[in-house]
Design a protein around this ligand. Structure first.
Ligand code: 2BA
Length: 107
């Protein structure tokens, strides 16, 4: 068994979760925050058999559109300085980790 951790944008989450559950994947959503942009994103936890991993990744890829956006970076923000600067970053898309599950119980 595998555990897929998929970090996706808040905007893409409903489409992605619907598509996964329609295809008989069990999904848990966790609200998370990106360390760089400090904006909210969503991490999906999907436990499935190894042979279903590719199908899940295909669904996540189809439902997570990737695009460029400009953000005001707050990295230099502190009590003495209000300086921000624009950075162009890729948003949407998905960051996916696939982990081996050592044991799985439903108690
Ligand atoms: P954030 O950390 O808020 O990053 C958002 C986007 O900003 C990233 O998109 C990337 O394009 C850019 N970025 C991140 N760190 C950067 C840096 N140090 N310098 C310049 N640009 C940077 P993605 O790579 O698609 O990542 C989307 C979200 O997925 C991330 O949000 C983070 O929450 C998560 N993530 C990505 N890679 C990760 C990893 N290796 N481990 C843990 N979480 C990860």
């Amino acid at each position: 068994m595998k555990l897929i951790l998929a970090i996706i944008s808040v905007e893409d989450e409903p489409t992605c979760t619907d598509a996964l559950t329609r295809n008989q994947y069990s999904v848990t959503k966790v609200s998370t925050t990106g360390g760089f942009l400090r904006t909210e994103n969503v991490t999906l936890l999907i436990g499935c058999e190894e042979e279903k991993v590719k199908g899940a990744i295909d669904i996540i890829k189809r439902s997570s559109s990737s695009r460029e956006e400009v953000f005001q970076n707050m990295a230099g923000y502190n009590r003495n300085s209000m300086t921000t600067y624009p950075v162009e970053v890729k948003v949407g898309g998905a960051t996916v980790f696939v982990l081996d599950v050592e044991q799985f119980y439903k108690l």
